[in-house]
Structure formats: C-alpha cells, structure tokens
Design a protein around this ligand. Structure first.
Ligand SMILES: Cc1cc2nc3c(=O)[nH]c(=O)nc-3n(C[C@H](O)[C@H](O)[C@H](O)COP(=O)(O)OP(=O)(O)OC[C@H]3O[C@@H](n4cnc5c(N)ncnc54)[C@H](O)[C@@H]3O)c2cc1C
Length: 548
C-alpha cells in the first residue's frame, strides 16, 4: 500500500485549460482518480465539480437522518495505510457530517483541492477525432481540453423530482433530499408530507417525525428494512480495525458485494425451519446489511427468499401497533433485497407515534400538489407546510446523459444509449474513445459497498492509461462486438438472480418515466468482475481497439 507524501501546494494558473486528463466530479471517485493520475502517473489533471466542495453524495445529501448503510470501517478508501491509521470513525454507520469531514480530510491530506474547479458544472463534452482530444464546456462557458475524459459523476447524483401538476402553486416550502439546503430545515410545529419510502425516506421519516407537528408519509412501494443497530464504536473495535485492516481489505476485495463480511455457504433449506428462524433472529438482532448474508441463496432462489421476506413482514406486523398501518407497510410485492435493501433506526416504530400517518398512494395515487398540500385521485386532501421529496435519483445514467457528451462524428451519448446503457465492462462506450466511466452502468457499482468498487475502477483506469503511455499509444476505444457481448453478460448475470423481479426498482430505471427498462448494474459480483477486468488488461486489453 502506498504511503502519502505531501506535494508542493503551488496553485496552477487558472488560464491553463489543456490537460492530459479531465475528471468530472469530486466525490469518492473523482478524488481518488485525481490522486492516481496526478501523483502516481505524473499527468496534468483537472477536476471539474458542480458543487462548491468535495464529497459528491455527501455534499448534496444533508437531509435529516442521512447516514451510510455500509459500516464505517469499510466505507472509506482502503488504498492507503496512512489514511486508515490517521482517521477515527465514531459510529458503526457514519452520519453525513462525519463522512463529509472524512472526505475533506482525505482531500487535504492528498492536496487535491488545488486541482479541482468547484462551482463548475459541465454542460458539454465533445470528442475531436483529428486532434484525439475531448473538448469540455462548462455552464459558465469556460472551455477545457484533454486527451482523456473520466466521468466520476456518481450513480446517485441526479435528483428525481416527480413531475406533479401544481407543484409551482404550493404555498409552503418543498425540498428534495438529494439537494438539501446546507442551513438545514426547521420542522418544528410544521405539517410535513414526505413522498417516498426508499432507503432515504426510511432514514428521514423517524427524524422528521421527532420535530414536526405532523408527518404524513405517502407510500407507493412498501419496503423491507432491517434495524441498523447503530452505536458508537468502542476504542477496542477501532484498534482492532487498525490492527487487522489488511485482512478486512482482503475480505472486501474478494466478496460479492465489497462488504467486510462473507456470505455464508449454507442454503436456506440446509437447515430446519426452527434453526432458520434462530439464524434470522440472530441476524435481526445484530442488525445491518449482514442480514442478507445469512444464507447464500437468498438472492437466487425465490422459495429461499420467501423465508427471509416472511420473517421481516412478520417483524413489521409485530412492531407496528395499528393493524391497518402494519398491513400497508408489510404488503411488499418484491423479493427481499431485490431493491436496494434499507436498514433503519426506528422506521417502523415511527408509525406508532400519534403525529405520524401512513397513506397508501399505490391504492389512491397522487393527483396534484395544491397550494395547501397534496390531493389524491379519490379527492382526499392532505395538508402540508413542507413537502419532502424522498424520491431518489435518475440513477446510474442520469448524470451521464445530461452532460451533453458526444463521441466520434458528434454521436450523442443519449442516442448511443437510446435503448438503455450499452458499453464494455461498464468502463467504455464504443464510439467514445479515451472516455472512461467510473462506476458506469454494466459494472457492479450500486450492488456493492461502493468505495471498494470505485477503487477497483480507478486503479484499472490508471493502469490502463499507464500501459498506453508506456506502449506509445494515444487512444483506446471499446469495440462494438465486445460491448454487445458484455451487455449480454450483464443481462445473464441479472437473470441468474431475483433482482429483475423488483419491477419498480431504480436498478431497472423504473422510477423515471420514459427511461428504458434495462437492468443496469452487473450482478455477477465484484470479485468475479474484478477478475474479468484483470484478465482483459493482462491480455493486452482484449475487446478494445488501441491506436496511436
Ligand atoms: C443517501 C445515499 C446514501 C448512500 N449510502 C451508501 C452506502 O451506505 N454505501 C455505499 O457503498 N454507497 C452508498 N451510497 C452511494 C454513494 O453515491 C457512493 O457510495 C459514493 O459516494 C459515490 O461516489 P462518486 O464519487 O462515484 O459519486 P458522487 O459522490 O455522486 O459524486 C459525483 C459528483 O459529480 C458531480 N457532477 C455530476 N454531474 C456533473 C457535471 N455535469 N458537472 C460537474 N460535476 C458534476 C456531482 O456534483 C458530484 O459531486 C449512497 C448514496 C446516497 C445518495
């Protein structure tokens, strides 16, 4: 692992607009990519970032209860022993303020900020074939060029605000959780409507309910959730992590999901019904995403999945006192973990509060926002002073397709992906030479503990560019056949699981009207994916055209 030396902090003159590489985005991905290309390969690099600080997801998502579901000791960079040694997490799952502090600590340690243009949103990126360069224009009209374009724009960075009639007439305030005001929102004494019960809504509702006068949760898709069992980390555990980080890293890099635990080898039906209940109960008490790891076939076998699903539904009915509310919350129509599996702190318990109400908008859909609240198709009106949209993101492709990217012969990315994302290894699109997409669709990304997936992509891209330079090559481009075959592999990997059975899932693009329904992440597991990518590199970048 590398040890970090501080570099000379002299700022580059702002007039310089020609670089070896441009990186778009300064979250986990863009920050590490800047470090590797600049400090390991010695390239001239510029990062362009729409926000006025680093952190990406954790810069934008400041809603009440915003917290990581990955455990803190795994939700961090693992490439540097120095960073591991010098950072202390306080809780089992870090809250947004702690993660943003961590990412600023890394940015300062690695002296990254001097090569990041903040408040700079990319409006277009066009490939110039004769010059073999990318021309990037920002919303403010600044222009930059580079040989390599690396998108680090995030899978969950484009807020999905439903196009509801009447929103502009609403007399109160409304917010999307992914674009939360930095000064916070005071809910004291307010009537709040929260729309959405995905991972975010499950985190925010209990916190909003504590200060609001009344909270109405509008639920379209009921969701499973397992208690997070968050707690402060003991000094012993923190020391244990530091002492054992090499083993933790090797587990994270060799498992399906990049988490620091292994999925057990036993199958649901290897054990008796009683033993199974004990195993689920023990996992429920331990809390967190490890619940999924109780059996190896939970995500591949419907009957196996049913046992986990029924266990959680039973828990919901036990926790929630009002039988009608419990029935609405547990009327879940997809397999457990086929949508991003949330973990929570008192989500179901929140519905036992006197000031909280659950409304089923699958049965009675939202018709319009009115000046005073939300009206449903039946005519029922729900009053609100504040509306919170916990409605997620135009996931995985949204940030890429809204950036005006054009490849060879002016081909827009939106055209190339008309029928859904199409690329090779989730890393490169045919017709877009020298453009790399960190955690692009077709890679494991959101099915993983993402820092581990991000590090794998960043290191692969860095090694690829190093190889090209060593060989005196100037260009790399995915071959259309290789991309076709990869898309087939992505589809096959998804079909081998229960994931496509969640028809409303953002994994399929189903939350955004008009978006093609394609299962986007690679479901074959991070370990398998890593070995495929390594093999491609080891055989001289098979499936890519390399040129001078
Ligand atoms: C609420 C929430 C909770 C999450 N919890 C977990 C978790 O528990 N575990 C986990 O592994 N992952 C989690 N994630 C996923 C999380 O997105 C990743 O872990 C990680 O932060 C992604 O880093 P990134 O750098 O790839 O993307 P991001 O952090 O999304 O950063 C992308 C950056 O690109 C910038 N950008 C986008 N478009 C442009 C443009 N056109 N011009 C300039 N800049 C642009 C954005 O402003 C943003 O700063 C969560 C996501 C959300 C939203």
């Amino acid at each position: 692992m590398e040890s970090i030396a501080l570099r000379d902090a002299a700022p580059r003159p702002r007039e310089t607009t020609e670089f070896d590489a441009l990186i778009i985005g300064a979250g986990f991905s863009g920050m590490y990519q800047l470090h590797t290309l600049r400090d390991r390969l010695g390239l001239s690099v510029q990062v362009l970032e729409a926000a006025d600080g680093v952190g990406g997801t954790w810069y934008w998502n400041r809603y009440p209860g915003a917290r990581c579901d990955s455990e803190s000791h795994s939700y961090c960079y693992s490439f540097s022993d120095d960073l591991i040694r010098d950072w202390e997490w306080s809780e089992r799952y870090p809250e947004q303020p702690e993660i943003i502090r961590y990412l600023n600590f890394v940015a300062d340690r690695l002296d990254l900020k001097r090569d990041i243009c903040f408040n700079t949103r990319v409006a277009s990126a066009e490939y110039d074939e004769p010059a073999n360069r990318w021309h990037v224009t920002t919303e403010a009209g600044e222009r930059f060029t580079a040989q390599y374009l690396i998108t680090a724009v995030g899978c969950l960075s484009t807020a999905n605000i439903p196009d509801l009639p009447g929103l502009d007439t609403f007399a109160g305030d409304w917010y999307h959780t992914g674009l939360w005001p930095h000064e916070g929102v005071d809910f004291t004494g307010k009537r709040v409507i929260q729309i959405g019960t995905g991972s975010t809504g499950i985190q925010s509702a209990p916190v909003i309910a504590r200060s609001a006068a009344h909270l109405t949760v509008l639920q379209r898709t009921p969701n499973y959730s397992v208690p997070a069992r968050n707690a402060p980390l003991s000094a012993e555990f923190r020391q244990w992590v530091k002492d054992h980080f090499p083993e933790i890293r090797s587990v994270m890099r060799s498992t399906t999901n990049g988490h620091p635990f292994r999925i057990t080898d036993r199958s649901v039906f290897d054990v008796s019904a009683e033993e199974r209940l004990d195993i689920y109960e023990e996992a429920w008490q331990r809390g967190g995403l490890q619940f999924r790891a109780s059996f190896r076939d939970i995500l591949s076998d419907q009957a196996a999945n049913d046992t986990a699903a029924e266990f959680i539904k039973h828990k919901i009915r036990q926790i929630v006192k009002d039988p009608a509310t419990a029935a609405k919350l547990s009327d879940i129509d997809h397999p457990y973990a086929a949508k991003r599996p949330p973990i929570d702190t008192d989500y179901f318990e929140t519905f036992n509060r006197d000031n909280v109400e659950l409304v089923d908008v699958r049965a009675d859909p939202i018709e319009a926002i009115t000046p005073t609240g939300v009206r449903l198709r039946s005519g029922a009106e729900h009053p609100a002073d504040i509306i919170v949209f916990a409605t997620g993101f135009d996931a995985m492709t949204g940030a890429l397709t809204r950036m005006g990217i054009r490849g060879r012969d002016g081909l827009p990315l939106t055209k190339a992906w008309e029928a859904g994302p199409h690329n090779y290894l989730g890393l490169q699109v045919a017709g877009f030479p020298n453009m790399f997409t960190i955690t692009g669709p077709g890679s494991p990304s959101v099915l993983c503990n993402m820092p581990v997936a991000i590090e794998q992509h960043v290191e692969w891209i860095t090694n690829c560019i190093a190889y090209l330079r060593k060989q005196g090559l100037a260009r790399i481009e995915a071959l259309p056949d290789a991309a076709d075959q990869w898309v087939q592999q992505v589809n096959e990997a998804a079909r081998a699981t229960l994931l496509p059975k969640a028809h409303h899932s953002w994994y399929l693009g189903a939350n955004v009207p008009g978006k093609p329904r394609v299962f986007m992440p690679y479901a074959g597991g991070l370990a398998r994916y890593r070995s495929i990518c390594d093999e491609v590199a080891a055989t001289g970048y098979q499936g890519f055209a390399l040129g001078v």
